[in-house]
Ligand binder design. Sequence first.
Ligand SMILES: Cc1cc2nc3c(=O)[nH]c(=O)nc-3n(C[C@H](O)[C@H](O)[C@H](O)COP(=O)(O)O)c2cc1C
Length: 169
Amino acid sequence: MSRQTATEVTELDLSVNPVPHLSGGMVSAFFTPEEQKSAAQKALTEYSDNLIEQVKNADTVLITAPMDNFGSPSTLKARFDHLARAGVIFTYTENGSEGLIRDTKVVLVTTSGGFYKDSVIDFHVSYIKHFFSFIGIDDVAVIYAEGLNMRDEHKEMALTQAKVALEAI
Ligand SMILES: Cc1cc2nc3c(=O)[nH]c(=O)nc-3n(C[C@H](O)[C@H](O)[C@H](O)COP(=O)(O)O)c2cc1C
């Protein structure tokens, strides 16, 4: 008898439903002690808490993101800014910072018009890998679909290879 395991998938399209950029009000809400928070500050903190829970509760976070102007899309950066809360998702110890997320892995599918893999100007993949390592996740698999704005035949080949690599994961 074969056994089937159900996979629950939550899909977030940040280009359609972006999270707001951090504001001074949000940051001060995060740092205000719970018992002193106003109702608005509680709501702001809860919003961010929920975004953190999504990542904490996930076995795997799959990110598909293009390179935009040598870095990550600002919508993804805004999402990360809601995650990286001191004392919640990372902490400072005598030995430096320590990430507090455990048992979540990340798969990143990155697309770009040109070629940047392993180059010093790939601020996109290196940023994402470093960000997750900072919050405690070192298991980040990266699948590249590069050179998509070059010749059409190349684009097709790069996308096919990326799909095969993703299936394998
Ligand atoms: C605003 C913008 C900025 C971009 N910046 C870069 C870049 O810095 N380097 C690069 O190789 N491609 C760049 N591209 C190309 C995208 O990375 C490429 O179109 C995308 O990865 C392919 O996905 P798509 O088919 O959804 O466009 C940029 C595209 C846009 C729209």
